[in-house]
Design a protein around this ligand. Structure first.
Ligand SMILES: Cc1cc2nc3c(=O)[nH]c(=O)nc-3n(C[C@H](O)[C@H](O)[C@H](O)COP(=O)(O)O)c2cc1C
Length: 156
C-alpha cells in the first residue's frame, strides 16, 4: 500500500496534520508551495480575496504520477470558507481520473464544509473518487491528538 499526502500550509497547522497522516500510513509527503506572497497582513487579506474568487495562482511542487498511489490525501487550510488557491491550483493542474482521495481541511471554527465540498466536487468532476473527508477545528487544540482521532474514524 502506497499513499500520498498532498498539502498546502501557511502557518503549519495543515502541515502538522499531513505529517501525522504520513507517520500513521508511512506515506509520502508532497508540499504545494504558493509563489504568491501569502505572509503578513497583506498576504492574509489577498489570500482571503483570492480564495473567495477561486483565483488561479502559480505553485511549485514535486511532480508525481497520482496513479502510482493507492490513496491520495489532500489537505488545505480554510480561507474565507474556501480552499486555498494553491490546493485548488494543484487539483486543476493534475490528472485525478481513477484516483481514490481523502480530503481534509484545518480551520479556526467555520467554513470547513464549503471548503471540502468545493474540493470534492472538483476531484469528482475530474473522474476521481472521494472515499472520505474530515475537518479539524484546531483553535487551542492538540493537533496531533485531533489528527489521530480523525484517522481512527476514517473509512478507507
Ligand atoms: C486568509 C485566511 C482566511 C481564513 N479564513 C478562515 C475561515 O473562513 N474560517 C476559519 O475557521 N478559519 C479561517 N482561517 C484560519 C485558518 O483556516 C486556520 O488557522 C488554519 O488551520 C491554518 O492552516 P495552516 O497553519 O496550515 O496555514 C483563515 C486564515 C487565513 C490566512
Amino acid at each position: 500500500m502506497t499513499d500520498l499526502i498532498i498539502y498546502y500550509s501557511r502557518t503549519n497547522n495543515t502541515k502538522l496534520v499531513a505529517e501525522g497522516i504520513a507517520k500513521k500510513f508511512d506515506a509520502k509527503l508532497l508540499e504545494v508551495k504558493d509563489k504568491q506572497k501569502r505572509s503578513g497582513i497583506l498576504g492574509f487579506v489577498k489570500g482571503g480575496y483570492d480564495s473567495i474568487r477561486e483565483k488561479d495562482t502559480e505553485i511549485e511542487y514535486e511532480k508525481v504520477d497520482l496513479k502510482d498511489y493507492d490513496n491520495i490525501f489532500i489537505g488545505t487550510p480554510v480561507w474565507a470558507s474556501k480552499p486555498t488557491p494553491a490546493i485548488l491550483q494543484f487539483i486543476k493542474e493534475n490528472e485525478f481520473s481513477g484516483t481514490k482521495c481523502v480530503t481534509f481541511a484545518t480551520m479556526m471554527g467555520s467554513g470547513g464544509e464549503t471548503t471540502i465540498s468545493v474540493i470534492n466536487n472538483m476531484i469528482i468532476s475530474q473522474g476521481g473518487t472521494v472515499k472520505d473527508s474530515f475537518i479539524l477545528a484546531v483553535k487551542n487544540k492538540d493537533i496531533e491528538e485531533l489528527t489521530n482521532e480523525a484517522l481512527a474514524d476514517l473509512e478507507l
